[in-house]
Write a protein that binds this ligand. Structure first.
Ligand SMILES: [Zn+2]
Length: 60
């Protein structure tokens, strides 16, 4: 299980200047807005994966 998932953009200001935070596991700091935040895995969705097989775009 990968615990190293990294955010690409700050969820608050959208900047890419993110670095791991010394606050600990899953914590990141944004150099643009000086916010620190934490990413956490909550769980799998009960509904499972959704597929759109309807093919309504007329590709065939
Ligand atoms: Zn930010």
């Amino acid at each position: 299980m990968s615990e190293r998932a990294a955010p690409f953009y700050c969820p608050y200001c959208g900047d890419e200047d993110l670095r791991p935070s010394p606050e600990g596991h899953g914590a990141w700091e944004c150099g643009a807005c000086n916010r620190a935040f934490r990413l956490a895995f909550i769980g799998l969705l009960a509904a499972g994966l959704r597929r759109d097989d309807t093919g309504e775009d007329g590709a065939r």
